[in-house]
Design a binder for this molecule. Structure first.
Ligand code: PAF
Length: 282
């Protein structure tokens, strides 16, 4: 497995892969890989000849008061795990390599970034869209895979790819969960034993909402209210948002007509967790 740390070397590397006639799948990550990431990589293995991942804790998607320096990192473990699932190459740049002195260009995807996580993290998606566009330009993937846990991120990336006519197919991977239903996330490691139990409320809320919709409920406010009550009665849990939105525009809706997304962000202690589910009226 090859590890490449500079943009110049990566561009030469990609050129050589392409000259061999191989297709490239990229799985962008911020490292500290868990089973969820590895499932995305296994999917990527089946979608292309060359499986590439990027490991980059992207500073531009963290707000000034967020956990950039605290974000967990373990490159040697990431390298070992990537090798086990058949990754061919890792792009592992430094922040200075990605954002050299004088860097001044950012991508704003409008509208879709103004709800959900975009409210409490107003610069987050600008950072995500910028780094993903840079990764696409550097690594030139045919296919790129993103997890559905970050549903709004996936919607933002799809919008950007379409609007900027990028030559990459974006593939979504379903959220990977622990046996008890907690969505896998690098941030789960911050939870202590009691908080880990409290965190299960996110998945319980999603199940409750699916049941209500299956039973005929269409009014989003009724579902939101029940969700807020469940979170309020959970120790150490403070809601950031509970919203039911259109699956592409991410705008809040009053009634579930066909498909909708229930998206949650809940702070368990100091750890902010997100999760979501699709709600289907038929
Ligand atoms: O989902 C993530 O891990 C990050 O937001 C991404 C897509 C790798 C961009 O930094």
């Amino acid at each position: 497995m090859d590890v490449i740390t500079t943009v110049r070397e990566m561009k030469a590397y990609v050129k050589a892969v392409r000259q061999r006639g191989e297709t490239i799948c990229l799985v962008p990550t911020m490292g500290y890989l868990h089973k969820g990431h590895l499932d995305l990589m296994r999917m990527g293995r089946n979608l292309s000849d060359h499986l590439m991942i990027s490991i980059f804790v992207n500073p531009t998607q963290f707000g000034p008061a967020e956990d950039l320096s605290r974000y967990p990192r373990d490159f040697e473990q990431d390298r070992r795990l990537s090798g086990e699932v058949g990754v061919d190459s890792i792009f592992f740049p430094t922040p200075e390599e990605m954002y050299p002195k004088g860097y001044a260009t950012y991508i704003n995807v409008e509208g879709i970034t103004g709800t959900l996580c975009g409210v409490s993290r107003p610069t987050h998606f600008r950072g995500v869209a910028t780094v993903v566009a840079k990764l696409f330009n550097i690594c030139e993937p045919d296919v790129a895979i993103f997890g559905e846990k970050d549903y709004q991120q996936l919607a933002v990336i799809r919008r950007m790819v379409e609007d900027l006519n990028m030559n990459v197919r974006v593939v979504a991977h379903p959220t990977v969960r622990e046996e008890d239903g907690l969505a896998m996330s690098s941030r789960n490691k911050y939870l202590n034993g009691e908080q880990r139990v409290s965190a299960l409320v996110l998945n319980r809320v999603l199940g409750m909402a699916r049941d209500l919709v299956a039973g005929g409920e269409r009014k989003t406010e009724a579902i939101r209210k029940k969700a807020l009550d469940m979170i309020a009665s959970t120790p150490d849990a403070v809601v950031d948002y509970v919203e039911i939105v259109h699956p592409e525009t991410m705008q809040c809706i009053d009634m579930i007509e066909d498909r909708a997304i229930l998206a949650l962000a809940v702070k368990i202690g100091t750890t902010r967790l997100i999760d979501n589910t699709e709600l289907k009226s038929s």
